[in-house]
Design a protein around this ligand. Structure first.
Ligand SMILES: Cc1cc2nc3c(=O)[nH]c(=O)nc-3n(C[C@H](O)[C@H](O)[C@H](O)COP(=O)(O)OP(=O)(O)OC[C@H]3O[C@@H](n4cnc5c(N)ncnc54)[C@H](O)[C@@H]3O)c2cc1C
Length: 546
């Protein structure tokens, strides 16, 4: 094993040397540490910017933050012991409960002793002569390792829109993805929320209940389906305990890692009456499953239009003020071609007297002033502004690491025109670097713990196989990357996702970001098969050397 102290070539300072360095201590980094340390017996270490484990659930503490995956599916599945030792309380767990769960897993697996908290990685450089990665943190830590594994998440780099005047604002402002741990008191305050994606839709009902007045600034109107969150019954908890293996098998065999299968029928094959009945039932059941009622919601324009119309009508039925209803249902994209939110009383919130919605299509924000937000039509006085404006998704957290590979090639430059990887796992020119849920893999299109476990298991197997055969270097081949990128694009083009040009899947929420559909949409189960075949064939498409 490599565990030792070596001089850092670039800085001539001593660095701690490990077999593997992992960046990030969310679902991904924690499981990767456990796999390499406890299964392979390697010296592995995690560097984490936050002061605790949890990743997404450590940072996103905004009011109403909760999971859209159902609790029994949103957890580790690799260990029966972990599953049996934990009981979820609600259908959709809240942020505090998920954070407690991840601390429970970290403690059970005794992970924290191999994590350095408060360590933000600011540079990672591959040294070809040594075949080592050198990593530096903002806090002055220097580390080196044979393998570098990024577990930085797809949604961990907060996206703050560049609006003039933000520094002039005399009130308080917050980004939902970097929420203060002590919380925010909205009592008696005039609050503005900018953004109506999944996060805004969760936060708006909760903030409106506390604030004196809430103004929602909506750029893109959105669909939302009631979550119908509720405490789990004893019967359901028993069902999960007794049938977990089966539930896990279903999650691993489906397109998106959720614990249900997609019905094999077309929206167009059923009568209007039957279809309506199916939609109404799905609406009453709540949650993400509505889109699984038919196989062609995301591939057939007519099928998608029918579902979209059903959901738009629901908005007009719930929201009593016709002017507000018109703004909220003026949706310009097909259902689920952007991340589909689910909610608890979102549209109902607009029936409150203290809530207004401003369409930024009709009146663009001009600037933030000392006292509020100024649009092209007027000024909105505010005490607090909440930016629910999402993330520089998928590539943002990787670029923040300032990774340079062979010949000091910067990842940022290599991906200038958009991310290019083999299986979302490796990049040409960056040997022994693995990117968990990297662009080019199913990642954000799935119930993510399923995608994370598949990546971690694959990387662990790959490193174990390399050690068995005495190989010390693995790097994706250029041809394999070319072929994979064609596949990623081809499957995306067969869906309606690429028709919605302003989604963050395409990078459209960040000015200047190339418009490339980043995740692999061919389905989690198919992707798993492809990765397994690649490994079975001796890591086809990768160059392995001693
Ligand atoms: C509000 C919200 C709701 C979500 N809901 C769902 C859901 O319902 N279902 C679902 O499947 N997914 C959901 N997701 C996606 C969620 O990110 C994943 O499910 C999962 O938590 C990702 O785990 P991860 O370990 O890959 O990344 P993260 O949880 O994002 O962890 C990454 C870690 O890396 C650290 N890090 C990043 N950069 C650096 C650096 N330079 N140096 C050191 N450390 C660094 C971060 O601090 C963070 O702790 C949601 C995301 C958000 C933001």
């Amino acid at each position: 094993m490599l565990d030792a102290v070596v001089p850092l070539a670039a800085t001539s300072t001593n660095a701690r040397l490990y077999d593997a360095l992992i960046i990030g201590a969310g679902f991904a980094g924690m499981y990767q540490l456990h796999s390499l340390r406890d299964r392979l017996g390697l010296s592995a270490h995690v560097l984490e910017a936050g002061d605790g484990v949890g990743g997404t659930w450590y940072w996103n503490r905004y009011p109403g933050a909760r999971c859209d995956s159902e609790s029994h599916s949103y957890c580790y599945h690799f260990s029966d012991e972990l599953v049996q030792g934990w009981e979820w309380s609600e259908r959709y767990p809240s942020q505090p409960e998920i954070l407690r769960y991840l601390n429970y897993a970290a403690d059970k697996l005794d992970l924290k002793r191999d994590i350095t908290f408060g360590a933000r990685v600011v540079a990672a450089r591959y040294d070809e002569a040594e075949n080592l990665w050198h990593v530096q943190t903002e806090q002055g830590g220097h580390y080196a390792a044979r393998y570098l594994i990024t577990a930085v998440g797809c949604l961990s780099s907060a996206n703050l829109p560049k609006i003039d005047g933000i520094a002039d604002f005399q009130g308080k402002w917050y980004h939902t993805g970097e929420w203060p741990h002590e919380g925010v008191d909205f009592t008696g305050k005039r609050v503005g929320v900018i953004g109506t994606g999944s996060t805004g839709i969760q936060a708006i009902p909760v903030i409106s209940a506390a604030a004196k007045h809430l103004t929602v600034f909506q750029r893109t109107a959105n669909y939302s389906i009631p979550a119908r969150n509720a405490p789990l019954t004893d019967d359901f908890k028993k069902y999960v305990r007794e049938n977990f293996a089966e539930i896990r098998d279903v999650m691993r065999s489906t397109v998106n890692g959720h614990p249900w299968r997609i019905a094999d029928r077309s929206v167009l094959d059923v009568s209007d009456e039957e279809r309506n009945e199916i939609f109404e039932k799905a609406w009453e059941r709540g949650g993400l499953r509505l889109r699984a009622e038919f196989r062609d919601v995301l591939t057939n324009e007519e099928a998608n239009r029918i579902v979209s119309d059903f959901l738009k009508k629901k908005i007009s039925q719930i929201v009593k003020d016709p002017a507000k209803a018109a703004i909220l249902s003026d949706i310009d994209h097909g259902f689920a071609t952007k991340r589909p939110p689910i909610d608890t009383g979102y549209f109902e919130t607009y029936n409150r007297d203290n809530v207004d919605v401003v369409s930024l299509r009709a009146e663009a924000i001009e600037r933030i002033t000392a006292t509020g937000v100024k649009t092209s039509k007027g000024e909105y006085p505010l005490d607090i502004i909440v930016f629910a404006t999402g993330f520089d998704a998928m590539t943002g957290p990787l670029f923040n690491l300032n990774i340079s590979g062979r010949g000091d090639m910067a990842l940022r430059d290599v991906w200038r025109e958009g991310p290019r990887s083999y299986l979302g796992l490796q990049v040409v020119g960056f040997p022994n670097l693995f990117t968990i849920t990297g662009p080019g893999s199913p990642s954000v299109l799935t119930n993510m713990p399923v995608a994370i476990e598949q990546h971690v298991d694959w990387i662990t197997r790959c490193i174990a196989d390399m050690r068995k055969s005495g190989q010390t270097r693995i790097e994706a081949k250029p041809d394999a990357v070319d072929d994979w990128m064609v596949q990623v694009q081809e499957v995306a083009n067969r869906t309606l996702f690429t028709k919605t040009l302003h989604s963050w899947y395409l990078g459209a929420n960040v000015p200047g970001k190339p418009r490339v559909f980043m995740p692999y949409i061919g389905g989690m189960a198919r992707y798993r098969r492809i990765c397994d075949e690649v490994a079975d064939k001796g890591y086809e498409g990768f160059a392995l050397t001693r």
